[in-house]
Design a protein around this ligand. Structure first.
Ligand code: ZN
Length: 353
């Protein structure tokens, strides 16, 4: 099969590397390993053209190094929101993950680049470089006076999820609950609303995945830019609080935004279970559903590689080709598959970065 290319709306490989016990995490990344869903060898196998690389500041004691052991077997679940984390902890862990990313970029000798604007992005495409957009998942490393935001912007931050599934000074995330509506709490705080205005001015993208429904509508009302949910699915098909309702999908469509389909099985399956033994047909079902609301330009992928239990048939980034073949076998034409797997994100970022 033609190796068509892939751009990913969300991955947590920097978090995974941050948790690695190895002394040579950057070398491991280049040599390939079984520990991460994404590494340099898999980047080549998958013809990976780039992606949003998330920095997620974890709670103390949180460990994401072995996700497949976290199988959820209860029919219904409602995990409480993890405790808020301090600015100091967030800043410290964020700095470490930025340092890992910079070491990877340095060692790549021009094969991987950080893109800070659409010109960088277009150039990376022309030069066949892997284009990275720096994203933070949970804005705890930004202080209430936004002083640290300027520094993060300088080092390349161009996408912010105000919250992970946790509360902070800006907003409130949704808990990991099934079945449950995303309407789980209050909207943005006054500082959160201020942050949206600053992001619009600086052309920093706002990611709506993880935000609760009232927060979603606050962003929709305040921001003049397209709405994006980098890694979320349809709430109609999987009633997890992390997924998007039909009304939210309509608002994203109206704003000319994008939804990235998340491979996390707990957000895909109608029974909400985190089970790697999950058919790829459910990804097709979410894609069909999302295209109905968003059109062919509004649907892309946000894998959640290295941050979630994903179907074992995909396994890791190198399995993206298996999924592409599955789409082609289900009467998705090659042009539409290209849009979903990379073109839609590329067009969006060329316009909006
Ligand atoms: Zn996430």
């Amino acid at each position: 099969m033609e190796n068509i290319g892939y751009f990913d709306g969300h991955n947590d490989v920097l978090l995974k590397l941050f948790f690695s016990k190895s002394k040579n995490i950057v070398e491991d990344f280049f040599e390939g390993n079984n520990y991460c869903h994404i590494d340099y060898k898999k980047i080549q196998t998958a013809n990976f053209v780039g992606g949003f690389f998330a920095i997620f500041p974890p709670n103390l004691g949180q460990d994401f190094s072995n996700l497949s052991s976290k199988k959820e077997k209860k029919e219904r679940y409602d995990f409480p929101l993890p405790e808020p984390i301090s600015f100091e902890r967030a800043k410290n862990t964020t700095d470490k993950m930025i340092s890992i990313l910079n070491q990877i970029i340095d060692k790549s000798k021009g094969k991987i680049v950080l893109c800070k604007n659409s010109t960088d992005f277009k150039l990376a495409r022309t030069n066949n470089q892997v284009a990275i957009i720096l994203h933070i998942e949970g804005a705890e490393a930004i202080d209430k006076d936004f002083l640290s935001l300027d520094k993060l912007y300088e080092v390349g931050l161009r996408s912010i999820g105000l919250v992970w599934s946790r509360s902070n000074i800006f907003a409130h995330g949704v808990p990991f609950s099934f079945p449950r509506s995303p309407d789980t709490g209050p909207g943005l705080t006054p500082i959160g609303k201020e942050l949206i205005k600053i992001c619009d001015e600086k052309k920093i993208l706002i990611d709506l995945s993880h935000l609760n429904e009232k927060g979603f509508w606050d962003v929709a009302n305040l921001s003049s830019r397209p709405l994006i949910a980098t890694h979320s699915n349809s709430h109609q098909l999987c009633q997890h609080s992390r997924n998007l309702t039909n009304t939210q999908l309509k608002a994203i469509k109206e704003s000319k935004g994008i939804v990235g389909i998340n491979f996390a099985t707990g957000f895909l399956r109608p029974d909400g279970q985190m089970d790697p033994n999950t058919s790829l047909d459910i990804i097709i079902a979410h894609c069909d559903y999302l295209i109905n609301f968003l059109g062919e330009e509004g649907v892309a992928i946000g894998s959640d590689f290295d941050g979630a239990v994903i179907p074992s048939t995909i396994k890791d980034l190198s399995g993206i080709n298996v999924l592409i073949e599955h789409f082609l076998s289900k009467e998705y034409g090659i042009e539409l598959v290209k849009k979903i797997f990379f073109k839609n994100w590329l067009n969006f970022l060329e316009k909006n970065l």
